[in-house]
Design a protein around this ligand. Structure first.
Ligand SMILES: [Zn+2]
Ligand SMILES: [Zn+2]
Length: 291
C-alpha cells in the first residue's frame, strides 16, 4: 500500500472540462495501490466555458450522490477498497469570496482546495495574449499575490491549489515557475498559509502540462525546489500531491517520478483531510511500500 491520498480529481458528470467517471477513478486507485482518492470538482462562480456551461455544480446533488460513498482512508483495513473523500475546488476571485464561504459552510465537504483560475477576470487558456503582457517576473508576482489574497480570504480552505497553474499557459518556452520570479509574493503567501494551517499542493498536472505544452523533460518539469524549501523554511509542514486528473489517462500520470524527486528534497509524507481534520502518516507503518 502506498500511503497517499490523491485528493484532487475531477469527474465528467460534475466538471465541464472532465471526462473520467467515479468508477474509473476508483478502479485506478485500486490499481495504483494508493490509500485513497478524493474528488474536488470545479466551483468557480460567475465563470463560464466558451459554450456557456457553468464552472459550478449543485452542491446538494453532489452531497446526495457521494456523501454515502465516503470511506475514510485512515480507517482502511487490509482488503478494503481505497478510501474515498469528498472535496471541492473553490475557484476564487475577489468578488466571489462570499459565495465560496457559504458553500463550504453549508455542506459537509471533507476538504476544500482554494485555486485561482482567472487573473484579472481572464482565463489564461483563452486570453493568454491579455494576461502575459509583461515579463514572467511581473506576471507571476501578480498571480502569486492573488493566490495569497485567496488563501487569506478563504482561511477555512484546507489546501492551496496549483500555485504554478499560470506557468502552463505562458507563451515563453521556458515558463516554469521559480521562487526567484516572485520571492516577496511567495513569502507573503507562505506566511498566510502557515498562519491558517493550509497545505501546499504539489500538482502533478502542471508537470504533465509543461512536458506536453513546452517540451520540458520530466526532470526539468519538476516543481522548483526553492519554492518548496522556502515554504518549509517559513514553517510550512503540510504538503499534498495530486494528479488533478480530468481524464482517465491523467490519473496517476508521473506521480511516482514526482514523489521520487520530492523524496530527495526530504518531502516524503503527504497529508489529507477527513471532515476537515488533517491526517498524516507520521511514521511509515508496515503497510508502506516503496516502489
Ligand atoms: Zn484548478
Ligand atoms: Zn482541478
Amino acid at each position: 500500500m502506498i500511503h497517499l491520498v490523491d485528493a484532487h480529481n475531477h469527474l465528467g458528470d460534475w466538471s465541464p472540462d472532465a471526462s473520467q467517471s467515479y468508477e474509473t477513478l476508483m478502479a485506478r486507485a485500486r490499481e495504483r495501490g494508493i490509500l485513497g482518492v478524493g474528488i474536488s470538482d470545479h466551483y468557480d462562480p460567475n465563470c463560464e466555458m466558451a459554450d456557456g456551461s457553468a464552472w459550478t455544480f449543485d452542491p446538494k446533488a453532489y452531497m446526495d450522490t457521494f456523501y454515502p460513498r465516503r470511506r475514510m482512508p485512515s480507517g482502511r483495513k487490509e482488503g478494503d477498497p481505497p478510501g474515498f473523500l469528498l472535496g471541492i475546488e473553490l475557484g476564487w476571485m475577489p468578488e466571489t469570496g462570499a459565495v465560496l464561504h457559504d458553500v463550504v459552510r453549508d455542506h459537509p465537504f471533507d476538504f476544500s482546495i482554494v485555486s485561482i483560475h482567472y487573473f484579472k477576470n481572464l482565463d489564461p487558456f483563452t486570453h493568454a495574449d491579455e494576461i502575459y503582457t509583461s515579463s514572467l517576473h511581473k506576471v507571476y508576482t501578480g498571480v502569486i499575490q492573488a493566490i495569497a489574497d485567496s488563501a487569506e480570504d478563504m482561511a477555512e480552505a484546507n489546501i492551496v491549489g496549483h500555485f504554478d497553474f499560470f506557468s502552463r499557459y505562458a507563451p515563453e518556452r521556458d515558463s516554469k515557475m521559480h521562487y526567484s520570479h516572485a520571492p516577496e509574493a511567495f513569502d507573503r503567501l507562505f506566511r498566510i498559509m502557515v498562519k491558517n494551517g493550509q497545505a501546499l499542493e504539489i500538482n502533478v498536472g502542471t508537470v504533465n502540462s509543461l512536458m506536453k505544452r513546452k517540451g520540458y523533460s520530466l526532470k526539468e518539469a519538476m516543481p522548483d525546489a526553492a519554492i518548496l524549501n522556502r515554504f518549509r523554511e517559513l514553517g510550512g509542514r503540510s504538503f499534498t500531491i495530486c494528479s488533478d486528473a480530468h481524464h482517465e489517462d491523467q490519473n496517476g500520470l508521473h506521480m511516482k517520478e514526482t514523489m521520487d524527486y520530492l523524496k530527495i528534497l526530504g518531502i516524503d509524507s503527504f497529508v489529507w483531510f477527513e471532515a476537515g481534520e488533517e491526517k498524516k502518516i507520521e511514521k511509515r507503518g508496515p503497510a508502506f511500500r516503496d516502489e
